[in-house]
Design a protein around this ligand. Sequence first.
Ligand SMILES: *Cc1c(COP(=O)(O)O)cnc(C)c1O
Length: 730
Amino acid sequence: MSTTALSPEELTKLIADLNRLAHNIWWTWNQGAQEIFQDLSPRCWQNLYHNAVAVLHEVSDYELRVRLQDQEFARRVRQVLHDFEAYMSDQESWGRQNAPELIHNPVAYFSAEFGFHETLPIAAGGLGILAGDHAKSASDLDIGFIGISLFYREGYFQQQINQDNWQVEYYTLLNPQNLPLEPVLDAKGLPLVCAVEIELTDVYFQVWRVNVGRRAVYLLDADRPENPPHLRDLTRRVYGGDNTMRIMQEVLLGIGGVRLLRALGVQPSVFHMNEGHAAFLTLELMREKLAAGISLSEAMAKTKAQCIFTTHTPVEAGHDRFSRDLIGYAMRKIATQLKLSLDDLMGLGRIDPKNDAESFCMTVLGLKLSRAANAVSELHGQVSRQMWRALWPDKPVDQVPIGHITNGIHLTGWMKGPVRKYWQRKLFSASTPSSPSGGETTAFWRSTPSMPLEKEFNSTAFWQKMADPGFISDEELWALRYKLRRELIEFARRRLGLRQFQSDFIAYDLLLDPDALTIGFARRFATYKRAPLVFDQFENMVKLIKDRRRPVQFIFAGKAHPRDDDGKRFIQRIVHLSKYSDLKSHLVFIENYDIHVARQMVSGCDVWLNNPRRPLEASGTSGQKAGCHGCLNLSILDGWWREGFDGTNGFAIGADNHPSSIEEQDLQDSANLFRALTEHVLPAFFNRDEHGIPRQWLQMVRRAMVTLVPQYNTWRMVQEYTKKYYLSKA
Ligand SMILES: *Cc1c(COP(=O)(O)O)cnc(C)c1O
């Protein structure tokens, strides 16, 4: 026995490595790593919302040492650590081959929100999720990349639905010690502190680093004792407070972010603004040049050559605008440093610099001071060129310099853990048929030690195999669909059962039907997304749902912005229908939509419903998360789906056009939605052969995997950004 026991030194090393692992969110897209933290304390894992750092705090050093003497457990830990090391040190990366110059002079990617994982709720929606996925893929591809954002002490709000079915928001304080965050220290080992000027005050900030695989995202935090209380609260909430709070947060992000990079000694080759929130970074880049004695016009030209801008929405409210008074108040000192009068400063954020009626628009600033700009889908590109054409008055609209790169998702991060393992097993057993069974990470890595999983999952060739019944049979695919649907239903039952006051109405263990066609809708409750559209055909819907031979059910989730009462009314209507109408027991609303809820839903649903008012859904990404789980999209031809849909890989609502009147559009779309459901979706799902298998449905599932998964991921997306924008100096 004593020969196999680990020495105290070996234990100390393993524990240190485990801590390092917990502080790198690589574990959020590695199933083996998650299982280790889960096994250490299953209850903490669940109660602390899958937080590896918190689990390690819960388990004593003594217990860890004892547990690691379990040889099988220690073997798994070593394997995961080995996988992690192999990932971190891989030299044959796409980035090294295709963008070596970015390694030393990285892309600095500024975003007001980053969605990484459910334990770090500092994203409000799709924009932040996309930023997180961008960072993860930059790490996988190994391109030079540094993310900049804010650390919000209270994150984005948590949602509860009260007895009136009304959304109430509450906030919980995040503890950085219990999160995958590391304080950024100066040479003396003390917190690195920088400052920005807001109004006439110096606002100090410290910084937290999120290790995202091989890359880092830095979060600025104004909660410093040097600051007066109202400024310590500056980074309390995602988009918290009023416009004054907003502009101050954006000064901190943009100007503070550049100062941080300088303090870290980083010289980015390109600054990528993820939407207008970050656009003040251009002013700091100009200030630096002015301070070096460069003329204003040259400083502007040089700044422009360093920056690129991505616009994310045609919705007017998504473009920050500040009044002259507010700019004058918040930017007083900065304007002086720039040697700009308030009017000249205002001009940078106006389409017509001389037009006093125009407020200061962050998108305009971003567009004016970028060498290139892009939208996030083809249609959104068209819409954006139209929307911003006044900035290029001498160009015809189709030559307005706003291109597009269609969004994607970080596939291995979004794939549900067991599914990732399942495909991995498939991948492995298919490539080496005589290999030992088990097919876990272990065997996979032994066979191809320097081949990170994402390179394989990134390959069109792997997903192409989904068309082959010899690779995966209909029966097996259907079994996977059943397993995922059941997992979602049990998740929903558990979540809904936690809500005491509703228990008078429903026995939760009987809620939802594991055999039913399960239709999911989960996203922000912005009104243009029209969450309740499907219930506009209420009588028809009730009839449809009453057909016992063809059970159908709906699962909804989503948050409305705290100040969006119309969005809250949508929630209220749906929750009400779920409790009191004939749809009861066929419709549920899950509270507190976040990354975890999203993952359960996109994997467990059979159909992913998306019915925005076209063309307002710039891209949308939740539907992209569905494909690898075999969930089919049923969507308006807007955003990414207009490009993804090919007639065989899911369902379209309506055609590739839309009427100009909103009333007309809503009427048409709800009729088209109902028609698509009854004429296409239900017949395909319930058409079973003598073995009970829906062959036609599964054929579509295969087509969705073959055509969508290799295309709508952020590996493809970040490669496009790199080739089109990061490397080319326009
Ligand atoms: C994917 C995702 C989104 C974005 O989804 P859309 O389809 O763009 O609305 C928003 N919130 C969460 C939590 C997500 O996971």
